[in-house]
Design a protein around this ligand. Structure first.
Ligand SMILES: Cc1cc2nc3c(=O)[nH]c(=O)nc-3n(C[C@H](O)[C@H](O)[C@H](O)COP(=O)(O)O)c2cc1C
Length: 468
């Protein structure tokens, strides 16, 4: 034990002299570390953090090898056990809460320390999730705001789990009755049978109200991405049969057009027809869906990996977006359209422009971005483009045929206050869900105890990649 450690070990918090001594020792240690951080030698690749890690499967294979060949690889196996944990997704998200319960919660485990959280920006995303033409009465009752319950101190993330809460002002779960007539298009029938329980117990959790905290988590992720120059932007491209012509412009100009549109489109000329179609569906007791698109600007090269199926970012994005309520299709770049064209009209030819070498794309340019920024499951320096198809809302005011689960007799499906069209909200949800997945991939690559460490590794990678 060194003298310093002995002094630290004998540190008595109650004694002011001891406290002063402790602060001096800590200050000296921090200074010593920052001097190391400024050392140009740090640009030499460090062996461990960026090195590929063996997966659990690899650990199993090593064990099998040891058994077959009678080798004693205890140390390797022990290390691999450690890797098995490290190889799990570094940033994890769990949500909890019912549609009419007290609150919705999101726990983010593995969010890096050192990010100053802008809470009003999270609230703005929550407000966008509640907006758009065609929403039902519920949105008038709720004014969602986020409360950050854990993981921050003085507005800055600590690296410990961050808990986000969005309270339900329409809390009435205990007073609500069971639903007897399952609604087609919902999990009512299937969930009640699977869990051998009530329809209410299923619909309360299956409801898209859960996306409030997924949006909050994504809005926090967007703040992390912004530290690396990345912007995520979602909008509506089609309502039912009405396709829009998205206007070109800078990101700020397009954002202004979207935010002024009742359906979050980039085509003011199409908005009147869209509003009229929603009004018509409302009158008819029917519902509508459509297509939304999300762009991620300035991603660095190499988020995701070709090396294993469950590390491919296109697959991870598709899973995350498909898990959003009512999403029935996900496309990356050209998506299904790629299948209808010859290769010469699909693949994005590669060029190099040294003037752009300092951009996240490192100077590698493409005239087209049909791949949507992803090749072999990795970002290729072009914007990521994800599209998602939302089915029409399942609860119709002019109800569909169903049965009474108790009597098994034919009856019409139950009706609870419902949206006619939630497409605009859906674009805000997909935007934030995509942001979260990209933040996960960013932390995997450059992660992640602290923002400072991530920035350092990001810069280090840009230098190495530019000189590749
Ligand atoms: C933003 C948003 C709002 C929604 N609002 C409603 C609604 O008011 N009524 C309804 O029946 N379904 C609504 N849905 C759809 C259902 O939540 C969803 O269809 C249902 O949970 C079944 O899941 P699935 O469509 O993914 O199979 C909404 C979905 C989203 C994304």
């Amino acid at each position: 034990m060194t003298r310093k450690s002995r002094r630290l070990a004998g540190h008595n918090r109650q004694n002011p002299q001891s406290r002063r001594r402790f602060r001096t020792v800590v200050r000296k240690r921090v200074k010593a570390r920052s001097i190391n951080a400024e050392d140009p030698a740090r640009l030499v690749p460090r062996p461990s953090p960026l090195a590929p890690r063996p997966s659990s499967l690899q650990a199993v294979l090593v064990r099998a090898h040891c058994i077959c060949y009678g080798e004693m690889h205890q140390k390797t196996v022990c290390n691999l056990k450690g890797y098995e944990r490290a190889n799990a997704t570094m940033l994890r998200l769990l949500t909890a809460g019912e549609s009419h319960g007290r609150t919705l919660l999101a726990v983010l485990d593995g969010f890096p320390a050192g990010l100053t959280i802008d809470t009003p920006r999270i609230d703005r995303e929550l407000e966008r999730r509640q907006g758009g033409y065609g929403r039902g009465g519920r949105q008038k009752l709720e004014t969602d705001t986020v409360e950050i319950l854990t993981g921050i101190w003085q507005g800055v993330t600590l690296g410990s789990p961050v808990t986000l809460a969005v309270a339900n002002r329409d809390y009435k779960l205990e007073r609500l009755k069971e639903v007897e007539r399952p609604r087609p298009g919902h999990g009512d029938l299937t969930g009640a049978i699977k869990y051998l329980g009530s329809i209410r117990g299923v619909l309360e959790r299956a409801s898209a109200r859960e996306t409030a905290v997924r949006v909050a988590a994504g809005a926090l992720a967007q703040q992390l991405l912004a530290q690396f120059g990345m912007n995520v932007f979602g909008y509506v491209v089609q309502l039912e049969q009405i396709a829009t012509q998205p206007q070109p412009g800078t990101l700020d100009e397009r954002r202004a057009v979207r935010d002024a549109s009742p359906m979050y489109t980039l085509d003011p000329a199409a908005d009147a027809a869209i509003v009229a179609r929603v009004d018509q569906a409302t009158e008819q007791g029917d519902t509508l869906g459509g297509i939304v698109e999300v762009e991620v600007h300035n991603p660095p090269f190499g988020l995701g990996s070709h090396a294993q199926w469950d590390r491919k970012l296109d697959g991870l994005l598709a899973q995350a977006v498909m898990s959003i309520q009512a999403i029935k299709g996900v496309e990356i770049g050209l998506g299904f359209e790629a299948a209808r064209r010859p290769g010469s009209q699909v693949h994005d030819e590669i060029a190099y422009d040294p003037a752009q070498a300092n951009q996240p794309g490192l100077g590698y340019t493409r005239r087209t971005n049909n791949a949507g920024g992803l090749e072999a499951g990795m970002t290729n320096g072009q914007p990521i483009v994800v599209r998602a198809a939302m089915k029409p809302i399942s609860t119709l005011r002019r109800p569909l045929a169903s049965i009474n689960l108790a009597t098994k007799q034919a009856e019409t499906a139950a009706y609870e206050r419902s949206d006619v069209c939630a497409l605009a909200a859906c674009s805000a949800i997909v935007e934030n869900v995509v942001a979260f997945s990209v933040a996960q991939a960013l932390i995997e690559k450059f992660g992640g105890d602290s923002l400072t460490e991530m920035r350092d590794r990001y810069e280090q990678f840009q230098v190495l990649a530019r000189n590749r």
